[in-house]
Design a protein around this ligand. Structure first.
Ligand code: ADP
Ligand code: MG
Length: 683
């Protein structure tokens, strides 16, 4: 049988139904799929060390004959230990394996073998731990060279995969090159099929490096081409150009009663610049809670109003919409800007009145939840949409905006604000051409929230501390552990915590709870009760939005802190420290694991959301950090997403290529790019 790229893996010898199933789970159906199942890493066993030169501890590959091999039972640990002695001209070495009794069938006394693995010092005796093994032959597949290591999911061993791959060498050359020749030449890259060959069967470390260079280049190049291409399409839309009113902006800043931070000034300027262009702004304004994003957005809305156009300001919840409405009104009314609030609670008659005045252009800034973007809400000339905490919205955001295009076909400018910082490195790579303004500086005089990791034996002390704060008149948030996304489980955990605290620990204090099963009115009542100082402690699940300002709250307790991502912990912490009092965040954890400790330690040491985001990315990877729904990133190596050099290189090349060429003329490349669709749109 001739094997081609299209041959089904089931037709390959050695791939029975058992393996077929396992491969199918990985999306591998054809020979081509299998060849594109690439190694995760490589181990260099090309150097064979003579036994006399083995110096434990360290990883080695040795070659020799088996002197003895046998199984024994370890009674205490209830397992089988296989022990072998291997000898070469220079000496002997002991090798051990655990729970693999069948090994004595594969390796017999007198066999010439290669063994590779870690050598440890076991009470003075060098001992090779569970080494990989291969009998010596002319065609070494596994040892005595650089060998690929595959991700061993679904019970497919690297050894098995290497064996199957070795049957496919010849067909690799029919893989078609998809990168344009000019790109290959400029970048000095090896061809596609040569890359695949070297990744599975490296000739030497130099060739392997070249293959990996091409692999990494491709990954980021495709992403950059996709981003630039989408951006090109977006830039073809038109928007209303808003005139900058310098005098008005100056009076606005004067009216605030504080000086803008440099970061605020810079962001405001970037936004104003965007508004002046007849192309829709698509900008993200990032900054920690309390960094002063709203002020910046308000100034932009003022510019739009002064030029005679309307702004929609959208908040994730009604509570937050109301709070934004009050803040914006205070800031903008001195300049005779008419700000209105529209929520589900707005009375019918009032709603009618607002809608009428909105349609006639009298309302200049409309604040509300995303319902404000619904079609029945008619604007006179909507030119600007501001969305707070955009990540709470679904995917349809931008298409909804497009529908809000005016009768002249212009699309509103779009500014989203977020307190969830995207790590800078990701910003560069993934959102390369989405515009981002960053407020990475807090207004002066803000106190740091003292953050501490609390092990179980210190819990008592924290309760004492909480009691003292309450005596001083302060209030406390308690966040319950994240269990899963089930509301039932969540309800159970919050109820249990409520019972425990109100009966056992603080029977004398007023405690309230908040969870996803409550009706919106109940939630709001509880929240307002807390904000108004009626309760001392508010216990809440992590899924509930508690974005309301409670300056009197000074302690944030997070139960089961180890189960949350760092960025999320940072968000919770941002709910305290908003007033004039010194505030604290206690991270409760039962975990004694060192990695957990390290992770939580990171958050006690910094209050900079961007640093935390960067750490989070390192630990959890881009998929988790960006949120599945938002980014739609295909499987990209985290290292590449954070490799600034590589990003610059691929971005420059992508620009060069797209300037002169049209993707339609490169169907194979276009096909590859399809999987990145929607990546850069930040929906
Ligand atoms: P964010 O939206 O980023 O959470 P806000 O715009 O709501 O932050 O600002 C938080 C608080 O800080 C508000 O009370 C605001 O008036 C105040 N504030 C904003 N900028 C400054 C500044 N430069 N100096 C002092 N206070 C500021
Ligand atoms: Mg805010």
């Amino acid at each position: 049988m001739t094997i081609t790229l299209k041959t089904k893996v089931t037709e390959l010898q050695g791939v029975g139904s058992k393996y077929q199933e396992k491969l199918a789970k990985l999306g591998v159906e054809t020979v081509e799929d299998l060849l594109l199942y690439l190694p995760r890493k490589w181990e260099d066993f090309s150097k064979i060390t003579s036994i006399a030169e083995v110096r434990p501890p360290g990883a080695y590959c040795v070659e020799g004959s088996i002197w003895s091999i046998g199984n024994k039972r370890s009674a205490r640990k209830r397992m089988t230990i296989t022990e072998a002695i291997i000898a070469d001209k220079t000496g002997t070495l002991k090798a051990v394996w655990f729970n693999q009794p069948f090994l004595i069938k594969n390796m017999k006394q007198g066999d010439e073998v290669l063994l590779a693995g870690r050598v440890e010092n076991n009470f003075g005796t060098a001992q090779m731990m569970s080494p990989a093994y291969e009998k010596k032959s002319d065609k070494q597949k596994h040892l005595g060279k650089i060998i690929p290591v595959y991700k061993e999911t679904e019970g497919l061993s690297s050894k098995w995969l290497r064996n199957e791959m070795s049957k496919l060498v010849k067909v690799i050359y029919s893989l078609k090159e998809y990168l344009p020749a000019e790109v290959l030449k400029r970048q000095g890259l090896i061809g596609y099929s040569a890359m695949i060959r070297q990744l599975h069967f490296p000739d030497n470390s130099f060739q392997l490096e070249r293959a990996r260079d091409r692999l990494n280049f491709d990954e980021m190049f495709l992403l950059q081409v996709a981003i630039l291409n989408q951006r090109k399409a977006l830039d073809q839309n038109r928007a209303i150009a808003i005139r900058f009113n310098e005098d008005l902006s100056k009076s606005f800043v004067k009216s605030l009663g504080f000086k803008l931070t440099n970061a605020q000034k810079k962001s405001a300027w970037e936004i104003i610049r965007d508004l002046e262009r007849p192309v829709p702004m698509n900008r993200l304004l990032e900054g920690d809670v309390g960094s002063g994003k709203t002020v910046v957005a308000a100034m932009a809305a003022l510019m739009v109003a002064s030029d005679g156009f309307q702004t929609a300001f959208i908040a994730p919840t009604e509570i937050l919409a109301t709070q934004h409405y009050e803040g914006l009104k205070k800031m903008l009314e001195p300049f005779e800007v008419d700000v209105e609030l529209l929520t589900g609670k707005t009375k019918k008659s009032e709603r009618k009145h607002i809608l009428k005045r909105l349609k006639e252009g009298e309302v200049q800034v409309l604040v509300g939840t995303h319902a404000v973007l619904k079609e029945e809400v008619e604007f006179w000339n909507l030119a600007f949409v501001i969305v707070d905490e955009q990540h709470r919205f679904g995917v349809s955001q931008r298409s909804a905006l497009k529908k809000r295009s005016g009768s002249d076909g212009t699309m509103p400018h779009f500014l989203s604000m977020s307190a969830t910082p995207i790590p800078r490195t990701l910003t560069l790579g993934v959102y390369g051409d989405l515009d981002i303004s960053i407020i990475d500086e807090m207004p002066p005089g803000r106190k740091k929230v003292g953050t501490f990791v609390i092990p179980p034996e210190k819990k008592e002390d924290s309760y004492e501390f909480m009691r003292r704060e309450v005596k001083k008149g302060r209030q406390i948030f308690v966040i319950c552990p994240l269990i899963d996304d089930s509301e039932m489980m969540e309800l159970k955990s919050v109820t249990a915590e409520y019972e425990r605290l109100s009966r056992m620990i603080f029977p004398d204090l007023k405690i309230a709870m908040l969870h996803g099963k409550m009706r919106p009115e109940e939630k709001e009542k509880t929240m307002n009760g807390f904000a108004g100082g009626k309760t001392n402690i508010l216990i809440s699940t992590s899924l509930v939005e508690v974005g309301v300002d409670v300056p009197n709250a000074t302690i944030m307790i997070i139960e089961g802190a180890d189960r949350f991502g760092l960025a999320q912990l940072h968000q919770f912490r941002g709910r305290v420290g908003r007033g004039k009092f010194q505030s604290y965040c206690f991270l409760f954890t039962d975990s004694r694991s060192e990695t957990v400790e390290k992770r939580l330690d990171a958050i006690t040491k910094t209050s900079n959301g961007f640093e935390i985001a960067e750490k989070d990315l390192e630990i959890r990877g881009p998929g988790e950090v960006l949120g599945e729904r938002q980014h739609g990133l295909p499987d990209i190596n985290t290292k590449n997403l954070m490799n600034v050099e590589l990003i610059k290189r691929t971005k420059t090349e992508a620009k060069k290529f797209l300037e002169k060429n049209n993707l339609d003329d490169f169907p194979l490349l276009d096909e590859k790019i399809k999987k990145y669709d929607g990546v850069a749109s930040l929906e």
